[in-house]
Design a protein around this ligand. Structure first.
Ligand code: UD1
Length: 364
């Protein structure tokens, strides 16, 4: 059996690493399961891609589609054309996609139209906000997937409500957390931790990259000013995504407690998160990691496709509401934060479950 594993953007890499490891384990037990790793090239900078391959021991891709950046349509179309060429040369038996980036949707459409079955890891999550490209990617991918490997009961319910047969839904847990738990002993401090220096639980980590937060200059500037205002001079370390970096350079602002740095490697980023007082973010994956690391998290979005990080974990949504942000900071400063716990099946074994299901489904 040949599985195509699709990865393209930074948040995909930590999701595929443990799946590949589990496939290799199954192979060593004599199971007839092989894979081709297809990197779409959606992310291409060393610190957005190669570093993750090195640290997470992901093998070199069999194909790199080198699609690069572009508009939503250009990027999606570029991936589709190139992936179709590969499938025309040699079809696989299953296309396994993860998450909700453009690469996820593009490859699932191509495979399905060539009558190849599609498995969606992290299927069923919904923010209800279709102004986000990711929500469209999720809905389209789920509408044509054959197997859904889900991270929560809420995702299962979303799929059932959309008419997906229960028999296609496999609640397995969270592959991103498989990687987190497998690597906690590998975390190490980034340079800024020692050069500043930073002190444990006495700094905040900030990540922002959603177009709705960073693409409009005045909105982004106000957001940063509010964060500085409420931060009471606590150092804020801001590893900035390339998209965000561009606008930061344009705005050319300078605040004594804001430290903008390049994107970090996985081990360095999670060291910083684990030892921080709190994380402020608009990422989805980061809210899962802070939940498991038990670090307070403030999300600058109005909705989340991962509601369990709020109901069970350490996350609170404040959106762009200044009052809510102020209250969240007051709680942080006074050391009052809800005690989170870990969502069901986020136990480091999701990938093993996925591969076991594949062995069963395909009778390997
Ligand atoms: C993509 C995903 C988003 C995910 C994010 C994580 C979609 C629709 N969005 O958003 O869900 O949370 O990745 O990072 O798939 N760039 C570089 N170097 C790179 C990659 C990008 O400089 O290696 C710059 C380019 O100028 C590009 C911009 O960043 O135009 C945005 O990249 P893109 O892949 O389009 O979207 P992301 O914002 O990264």
């Amino acid at each position: 059996m040949l599985v195509d594993i699709i990865a393209g953007a930074r948040p995909n890499f930590m999701k595929i690493s443990p799946i590949i490891k589990s496939i290799k384990e199954a192979q060593s037990k004599g199971k007839n399961i092989n894979f081709r790793l297809i990197h779409t090239g959606q992310h291409y900078d060393k610190n957005m891609s190669d570093n993750f391959f090195e640290q997470l021991q992901i093998p070199a891709p069999h194909y790199n589609l080198n699609v690069g950046s572009g508009s939503q349509a250009q990027q999606t179309a570029g991936i589709m054309i190139k992936y179709e060429e590969i499938l025309e040369k040699e079809k696989s038996d299953l296309c396994l996609v993860v998450g909700d980036v453009n690469s996820t949707m593009a490859c699932s459409i191509v495979a399905k139209k060539m009558n190849i079955r599609v498995a969606h890891v992290e299927g069923g999550i919904r923010s209800g906000d279709s102004t986000m490209p990711e929500e469209i990617n999720r809905m389209v991918t789920d509408s044509i997937s054959d197997f859904f490997f889900t991270t929560s009961e809420i995702a299962n319910e979303n799929l059932k409500n959309e008419g997906i047969a229960k028999s296609k839904i496999y609640f397995v847990g969270n592959t991103m957390i498989d990687t987190l738990l497998a690597n906690t002993t590998n975390f190490f401090p980034p340079q800024i931790f020692t050069t500043l220096p930073l002190h444990k639980k006495k700094y905040i980590v900030l990540t922002l990259h959603r177009p709705s937060n960073v693409d409009e200059e005045s909105l982004f500037a106000t957001l940063i000013q509010n964060l500085i205002k409420f931060s009471s001079q606590i150092p804020i370390v801001f590893p900035a995504h390339p998209r965000t970096k561009k606008i930061i350079e344009k705005l050319n602002f300078s605040f004594s407690n804001l430290f903008v740095i390049d994107p970090l490697s996985y081990f360095e980023f999670n060291f910083l998160v684990q030892n921080s007082m709190a994380v402020i973010t608009d990422s989805g994956g980061v809210t899962e990691e802070t939940t498991v690391l038990n670090v307070p998290c403030i999300t600058l979005r109005n909705s989340t496709e991962r509601p369990e990080t709020c109901s069970i974990g350490t996350n609170v949504l404040v959106g762009l509401d200044t009052e809510k942000l102020k209250t969240a900071f007051e709680n942080l400063h006074s050391g009052v934060w809800k005690a989170g716990s870990i969502p069901p099946l986020w136990d480091g074994k999701a990938s093993e479950r996925i591969v076991n299901h594949l062995i069963e489904i395909f009778n390997l």
